[in-house]
Design a binder for this molecule. Sequence first.
Ligand SMILES: Cc1cc2nc3c(=O)[nH]c(=O)nc-3n(C[C@H](O)[C@H](O)[C@H](O)COP(=O)(O)O)c2cc1C
Length: 184
Amino acid sequence: MSKVKILYSTCGGNTKLVCEKVAEVLRHGAVGAAGGEPGAKKMGASEASAYGIEGKAGASVAGAKHDVELFDVKVADSPEKIGEADVYVFASPTYGQGELEMYFERFLQKAAEWHLEGKKCVVIALGDVKYHRDYLFEAANILEEFLKGKKAELIYRPLKVAMTPIPRLNNVIKNWAEEFAKVL
Ligand SMILES: Cc1cc2nc3c(=O)[nH]c(=O)nc-3n(C[C@H](O)[C@H](O)[C@H](O)COP(=O)(O)O)c2cc1C
């Protein structure tokens, strides 16, 4: 089990929704069909209901369960308030013309001395082509550059979510989180 800390900022709530979904998958494991992988735990009726798959008790939950905490960097506005973790997830929407959300930008300024060398990290970025096509998901590049500069270990590809995440929560986002969980 890894201790995972998800740092996010959000203006309209989209990034928070994405991070909450990722946290749910990392905490509870991958939800599969009835049968599932060998050794996968079978869900009871109430657990199936919690996953929104009522009537499918017997579906499987596979994968390690991780200790996951979410931090809004507007509130937890310095590395000291985040604390130690095995894995950090950095999640920001793109604003302005290819910039980080304001509170994430401020957080990174305070994190200039944060020691992340060798630390396992991954990035989540939101964006929307209707704003600045040339800077689509630019937050992902900014966050990865920051982490590379700190010699952090980027352990998985960034999750990039366009427009409202709601139709993608239980497919693209869930699938990404399940694959990410395998490299933890
Ligand atoms: C004023 C403004 C500027 C934006 N600029 C960009 C941009 O440069 N690139 C991009 O990919 N998305 C851009 N977006 C889209 C946001 O990243 C997207 O709507 C995101 O889902 C917002 O996330 P949030 O609800 O967590 O704040 C912009 C949105 C607004 C409102």
